[in-house]
Design a protein around this ligand. Structure first.
Ligand code: F6P
Length: 346
């Protein structure tokens, strides 16, 4: 078989580990050829591809990013996009495609699968919000980066008696904010799932001051929103999938908190730092297992599925599950945080 592979959407630590596992499993055990398509869905649209071999994928396990490049190209944006993808697959004699992506990239894969294109998905996003899988690779690395940042910000915040607002990624879900906030001992965690009240954040900072704790760390997910009418938020441009470019809530909070509390407040946006660089050991292993299972799925003709982590096992689940419903933080996930946060004596 000739199997195509692409990586789409925002890059994510562990993508190269998936690619490597796909190539190794195919070459060692199954005798399949692997063709890498460039820059997400742009590759199949434009016919841009390269052979992936044991040699060309050597040494990539610890490397961040993706050797195939990535983009947010959406083939369904143009009328002939899906046909162009199908034409490329038939011209390059591709028997099936392994698509490594998040909600948008896998959403396209799912629509193409419904049109008869043989596809197996691999779930990817640092945001950890895809349905159908208990966890995505890249998340653990992002949480580690954000936690390291919080540890560093902790000491400088304390030395200068400042409030520091740390904006982390998380468009629809607050997993990174929640986990990094817990691991880094934040005083407040604001997530997209629960609109926050500015007055409550002010109270966290002021209560700490009343107890002689003159610094605070507030973690805010980029997609967090204040309760209606409580703070101004900026508008933004959208990408090919209609998503607004986020970022800015941290700075807005900085101003609002400083104004309301009178205490010096600084914001920092961790941004793409959370996505770059080498994956943690956990992400390397998860990515490798998911890539391995995806090739076995393709080999068995299990098209229209996605490799997924279910509890501690890797399974092939219906591809549609990845996009049916995003996996968001539930009230019960917040219980530990609610018990520990914003305690002045902490
Ligand atoms: O990968 C998901 C994500 O990290 C979101 O949290 C964030 O909004 C988005 O990517 C930003 O990506 P880019 O700047 O590449 O569009």
């Amino acid at each position: 078989m000739r199997i195509g592979v692409l990586t789409g959407g925002g890059d994510c630590p562990g993508l190269n580990a998936v690619i490597r596992a796909i190539v190794r499993t195919s070459s060692h055990d199954l005798g399949h050829e692997i063709v890498g398509f460039r820059d997400g869905w742009r590759g199949p649209l434009d016919g841009a591809s390269e052979a992936l071999t044991l040699d060309s994928t050597r040494g990539i396990l610890p490397r961040g990013g993706t050797i195939l490049g990535s983009s947010r190209t959406n083939p369904f944006r143009s009328d002939d996009g899906p046909e162009r993808v199908q034409r490329t697959l038939s011209e390059q004699q591709i028997d099936g495609l392994i698509v490594i992506g998040g909600e948008d990239t896998l959403g396209v894969a799912n629509r193409l699968s419904e049109r008869g294109v043989p596809v197996v998905g691999v779930p990817k996003t640092i945001d950890n919000d895809l349905g159908g899988t208990d966890m995505t690779f890249g998340f653990d690395t992002a949480v580690q980066v954000a936690t390291d940042a919080l540890d560093r910000l902790h000491t400088t915040a304390e030395s200068h008696n400042r409030t520091i607002v740390v904006e982390v990624m998380g468009r629809h879900a607050g997993w990174i904010a929640l986990h990094a906030g817990l691991a880094g001992g934040a005083d407040g965690i604001l997530i997209p799932e629960q609109p926050f009240g500015l007055e409550e954040v002010v109270e966290v900072v002021e209560r700490r001051h009343r107890h002689g704790r003159y610094f605070s760390l507030i973690v805010v997910a980029e997609g967090a929103v204040p309760r209606e009418g409580e703070m101004a938020t900026a508008g933004a441009d959208t990408d090919q999938f209609g998503h607004a470019r986020l970022g800015g809530i941290g700075l807005q909070l900085e101003r609002a908190l400083e104004q309301r509390t009178g205490y010096e407040t600084r914001a920092i946006v961790l941004g793409h730092l959370q996505r770059g660089g080498t994956p943690t050991a956990f992400d390397r292993v998860l990515a490798t297992r998911l890539g391995h299972a995806a090739v076995l799925g393709a080999d068995a003709g299990r098209w229209g599925t996605m490799s997924a982590l279910r509890s501690t096992h890797i399974e092939l689940v219906d591809l549609g599950e990845s996009v049916r419903e995003l996996r968001r933080v539930r009230p019960e996930d917040l219980e530990v945080a609610s018990a520990l946060l914003g305690r002045a004596e902490g």
